[in-house]
Ligand binder design. Sequence first.
Ligand SMILES: *[C@@H]1O[C@H](CO)[C@@H](O)[C@H](O)[C@H]1NC(C)=O
Ligand SMILES: *[C@@H]1O[C@H](CO)[C@@H](O)[C@H](O)[C@H]1NC(C)=O
Ligand SMILES: *[C@@H]1O[C@H](CO)[C@@H](O)[C@H](O)[C@H]1NC(C)=O
Length: 291
Amino acid sequence: MSRTLSTKLVSVVVIVFSFYASFLDAFPWTPKFNKLLVFSDSYGDDGNVYRLSNGTWPPSFYYKGGFSNGPLWTAHLSQRLSAQLENYAYGGYSGADGNLKVPGIKQQVNTFTAKVSNQTDLSHTLAVFWPIGNDYVFTNYTAAPSDVVTRLASAWTLVYAKGVRHFLIPNLFDISLLPIFKGSAPSFLALLKDIYQKNNKELKKAIKTFEASHPDVRVYAFQADQFWVYYRKVQASRLGITNFEDGCASTYESKPLTICSNPDSYFYWDGFHPSAKVHQAIAAGFYASLG
Ligand SMILES: *[C@@H]1O[C@H](CO)[C@@H](O)[C@H](O)[C@H]1NC(C)=O
Ligand SMILES: *[C@@H]1O[C@H](CO)[C@@H](O)[C@H](O)[C@H]1NC(C)=O
Ligand SMILES: *[C@@H]1O[C@H](CO)[C@@H](O)[C@H](O)[C@H]1NC(C)=O
């Protein structure tokens, strides 16, 4: 069953954001997962592309080769679940050839399926699939969302075939809000908004189809788009975040590198990636959606 009912969503959102600091300890249930699989891009990569690049990307002012200034949601979530983290995510993947060939979702899943034997019990495994738009942004801005999502859904099916039954599938937030796009032409920002909205529509359909054809699957559909909005409107000031428009570090910008002195007041660590504080909140949101 997907958790898309708006009442459920509202209650989850209220729980997450009203009691953010303390609710985790008080939450009346414990999800039973012993393994956490992550298929993602830089939003979930805690050091894979760093190793692949021999320690050159991301640069040294990032935290332990992950794309933020502190631990990512992957670390927080696996800790909360007491689940072993198996991270297949690679930052910067795209369909294009580059100096560095970075595994996309399909290659990440192939690595997993090749590694795991059919006999392994994966019934207590949670698989998270969260690509945040590289298929469009680094590859092809006019890629058809139905194609992108169809490729993603075939990756779910491969993981399902190995015995995984629990899938956390966050949607795409409004990527036009990323600092890297600040000041872009209105028509370009409109294109980005269109991409995330169409992508999410296709994603919702694909999840329905996935559930219908696999009745024993459990999908936790986290609304990242609403998280982005709600966080900014309601929660951020309480947590001392005041800047939503700029990255603390100017890594991806053409101007010389600068790093702010107060990263805890930034939503974004750089032009693309959330700060450590926001990663913590994302993990709390993910955790709450597993109820
Ligand atoms: C990283 O180092 C290995 C071993 O020296 C080398 O084969 C590989 O090409 C290097 N990768 C990059 C991206 O520099
Ligand atoms: C493992 O399962 C997959 C998917 O059901 C199947 O295609 C493959 O043949 C199986 N491999 C073995 C060694 O049984
Ligand atoms: C981008 O995607 C569109 C829609 O699928 C396709 O028509 C176009 O050829 C693609 N462009 C590139 C450069 O791959």
